[in-house]
Design a protein around this ligand. Structure first.
Ligand code: SF4
Length: 377
């Protein structure tokens, strides 16, 4: 079994190179070939000594997850479905905008948190992704996009850890992936442009602040413990007061001067004027001038098992206005990639349907098999 070099941040790769009897600086060259140039064949790496290339051919490989399918939306959004084995798949989505290109990355197959409005949560937890499987989503997408768009420079300017899974419940694999994203010899992304989204794993938020304080988004979804206990079961372990105190502490290390609160709008459940007022009161209670934060209201993508409905657009707008009038920066998330079923909410960790993913893998395989046998496509 050879080592997948996507498993390492630069320090990890240096240790690996030392294990091969090589100098540590060789790791920097190797890291640049892999992440900046997208190389996966060691013979491509022309400035590495031939002896090192031969050793690497024996002991290492560079490989992302197999792609099950890719879908291109009319609005430029691209979604990939990656096979993680045992009938499971994860999604990665690229969202182009005028001033940025954002990649939404998954951290787990399934999720153990079990949020009520999230179909990934309803399906349960399969397994953690490895660092190579997390980082490989960026490696694959960045170099695919450069080829696809026929450009040499970087295409992905922002990464959001908002795909399937709770990233802070897979911290050991997440951390080297984040470090490789930030490394100047890797993707060179600024800490402001890498966002980890969490449902509120309080101890790991403190760890992230100490180890790699990137931008933080918190899936809030409710202004009171009674309601949040119901929507985000992790709240029973880390209730709102503890969560918001941890957010306040995180701000001391955060690259942005605010925390983003994600709030999925659920008809009649958390979208009423009293909920907006309770949110305003909640953030005002934390910090001398209130917790510095920004609200992102997300349209819910209904799925039958949830028993929940999407809030009317007029209700979402009224809710946003109430927060804005109280001085809270509030945006309503735009829906992207509707035509390829990659609408925000599904792709951003708020509503994801692993059942659909499974069905689509099965359909895709059927189509491929039919195509091979020449019966139909
Ligand atoms: S919303 Fe995020 S944390 Fe909650 S169940 Fe879904 S993937 Fe897990």
């Amino acid at each position: 079994m050879t080592a997948n070099l996507l498993e390492f941040d630069l320090e990890g790769l240096a240790v690996f190179c030392e294990g091969l009897g090589e100098k540590r600086f060789r790791a920097t060259q190797l890291f640049r070939w892999i992440h900046q140039k997208g190389a996966s064949e060691f013979d491509q790496m022309s400035d590495l000594a031939k002896s090192l290339r031969e050793k690497l051919k024996v002991h290492a490989h560079v490989q992302a997850l197999p792609v099950v399918s890719e879908h291109f939306s009319a609005d430029g959004t691209i979604k990939w479905l990656f096979d993680v084995g045992d009938g499971n798949a994860v999604e990665t989505v690229f969202i182009p905008e005028d001033d940025r290109g954002t990649l939404c990355i998954s951290s787990q197959a399934g999720c153990a948190v079990g949020c009520r409005f999230c179909s990934t949560g309803h399906q349960g937890f399969s397994r953690n992704l490895t660092t190579a499987e997390i980082l490989g989503q960026l490696w694959f997408a960045e170099h695919f996009l450069r080829q696809h768009l026929n450009v040499d420079e970087r295409v992905i300017s922002n990464v959001v850890m908002m795909g399937m899974g709770e990233p802070l419940q897979n911290y050991a694999a997440l951390l080297p992936a984040l470090k490789a994203m930030l490394d100047d010899h890797g993707y060179g992304l600024s800490r402001r442009r890498v966002t980890v989204s969490t449902s509120g794993v309080v101890p790991m938020m403190d760890r992230l602040a100490a180890d790699c304080p990137v931008a933080l988004a918190v899936s809030l979804h409710a202004p009171t413990d009674a309601l949040r206990d119901n929507l985000v079961p992790l709240n029973r372990k880390y209730p709102l007061d503890e969560l918001l105190r941890t957010c306040t502490a995180y701000l001391a290390r955060a690259p942005r001067d605010f925390i983003t609160f994600e709030y999925c709008m659920l008809d009649g459940v958390n979208d009423q004027p009293e909920h907006a007022q309770a949110l305003i009161d909640l953030v005002r209670q934390h910090g001398r001038n209130g917790l510095r934060c920004k609200f992102n209201l997300i349209p819910f993508n209904p799925f039958p098992a949830s028993g929940l409905l999407r809030s009317a657009q007029s209700r979402v707008q009224a809710f946003a206005k109430q927060l804005q009038d109280a001085g809270l920066v509030t945006t309503v998330r735009k829906t992207r990639g509707d035509d390829i079923d990659a609408a925000c909410g599904q792709l951003a960790g708020d509503v994801k349907d692993r059942t659909q993913v499974q069905t689509r893998i099965a359909q895709q395989r059927t189509i491929i098999l039919q195509s091979v046998s020449g019966t139909s496509v």
